[in-house]
Design a protein around this ligand. Structure first.
Ligand SMILES: NC(=O)c1ccc[n+]([C@@H]2O[C@H](COP(=O)([O-])OP(=O)(O)OC[C@H]3O[C@@H](n4cnc5c(N)ncnc54)[C@H](O)[C@@H]3O)[C@@H](O)[C@H]2O)c1
Ligand SMILES: [Zn+2]
Length: 386
């Protein structure tokens, strides 16, 4: 470990402001923990909800739930991973021993965040776990939460995506009930939407429609063989039904509650509504996009309480299924890692920028404004990857 007692960390101050602060180095406080020297930490669309002041996050929170690096220290209870191992952690903090973990629902672990089902690093309401947009991060229940990777630096930009967006995109497709050969519409071509579209392609979709308004993101979807639909150039549902010759089998909401409606005004239920309209009777909807039980910046009183107006009657009439929630990353990360190692998957096409930790405040602003093609930003807090 470095000789200095402090490290650099990306810290949320107030809406639209993060700064680089010196923070104390994390120390082991339990035998099951490990300390990781972070080689890469990614910025996520989920961080933007906090960055924009659209959550209860308070100043002083160190961001970063998508983390990988090298183990520098382990507690006495850690036996499966060791100092020197290259590892990536699911964004979920899970204990591996509660009922939900036992059943594979690690996003809903009841043992890591008292009174709540689910924990994460550097995220509001997700427990006391410091984020990894810092030079070092502490990992609880390290044997359970660390996934080992081949030594070296190969595929760094692919492996970091195992912390969240590759499994999350895959999960979005799984919870829509998708089967090989079916058609699917993905709303949102941010990193999660692009990973959902890529997953559907890997899993043998007959057609993948991707809806957004950001030209670079639609172009990225087209490049992996999907059909781009710009929702500002006409009704997206009508365009998909026309191109597909009817409704699609499945749809994925990879946008969440901060969805843009007409003239960029927010309409929190617009994407759910579009999914209900575009999915064929008895089809399914997967919702990895985030919805919250309270939103301090909501456009109306009901959505401020997380109560959204959707056509539930239509959903029922069509017999649609709907799957929601945080991704249980651990359910998929081992298999997706192996697809990367074997060369079957290369999700890093979504990465737009590699930066030093000092550049993070600027990158947050540009990613938030979707400027200059900022789609997926990788921070290298201990210097560039060779
Ligand atoms: N379930 C999980 O475990 C999980 C994990 C990671 C992220 N998320 C959530 O997934 C969502 C997407 O994450 P991201 O990193 O891709 O975020 P992002 O903000 O980069 O992407 C969202 C995209 O949606 C587009 N969009 C906005 N309104 C739209 C509309 N009406 N129709 C179609 N597209 C529209 C935006 O232009 C943007 O490109 C966020 O809500 C994030 O919090 C969930
Ligand atoms: Zn994330």
């Amino acid at each position: 470990m470095s000789k200095t007692e402090t490290m650099k960390a990306v810290v949320y101050q107030e809406p639209f402001e993060v700064t680089i602060e010196d923070r104390p180095l994390p120390k082991l406080t339990h035998p099951d923990e490990a300390i990781i020297k972070v080689t890469t930490a990614a910025i996520c669309g989920s961080d933007l909800h906090m960055y924009q002041g659209r959550t209860a996050a308070e100043g002083g929170l160190c961001f970063g739930h998508e983390n990988m690096g090298t183990i520098v220290e382990v507690g006495q209870g850690v036996s499966l991973v060791k100092k020197g191992d290259r590892v990536v952690m699911p964004f979920n903090v899970a204990d591996g021993r509660c009922q939900n973990c036992e059943e594979g629902y690690t996003a809903f672990c009841t043992g890591v965040n008292p009174g709540f089902a689910g924990g994460a690093y550097g995220y509001v309401a997700m427990g006391p776990y410091e984020g990894g947009q810092a030079q070092y991060v502490k990992v609880p229940f390290a044997d359970f939460n660390c996934l080992t990777l081949p030594a070296g630096t190969a595929n760094e930009a692919d492996f970091i995506l195992l912390a969240d967006i590759f499994p999350t995109g895959w999960h979005g497709v799984v919870i829509s009930g998708f089967q090989s050969g079916e058609s699917i519409a993905v709303f949102g071509a941010g990193p999660v939407g692009l990973m959902a579209a890529y997953s559907a392609t890997l899993r043998g979709a007959s057609a993948v429609y991707v809806v957004d308004s950001v030209p670079e993101r639609l172009a990225a979807a087209e490049k992996i063989g999907c059909i781009p639909i710009n929702f500002t150039k006409g009704d997206a549902v009508e365009a998909i039904i026309k191109k597909n010759g009817g409704m699609v089998d499945r749809s994925v909401d990879a946008v969440g509650y901060q969805a843009s409606g007409d003239e960029k005004k927010e309409m929190p239920s617009i994407v759910l509504e579009n999914c209900i309209k575009v999915t064929r009777p008895t089809g399914g909807i997967g919702v990895p996009g985030l919805y919250v039980p309270s939103d301090p910046g909501a456009p109306d009183e009901n959505s401020g309480k997380g109560m959204l107006l959707i056509s539930f009657g239509k959903l029922f009439e069509k017999g649609l299924t709907i799957g929601t929630g945080q991704c249980n990353v651990k359910k998929y990360n081992r298999y997706l890692r192996d697809m990367i190692i074997s060369g079957k998957a290369k999700p890093s096409f979504v990465v737009s920028h590699n930066i030093s930790i000092d550049e993070a405040p600027t990158a947050y602003g540009k990613f938030d404004r979707r400027e200059d093609g900022y789609t997926k930003v990788l921070i290298h807090p201990n210097g560039p990857i060779e």
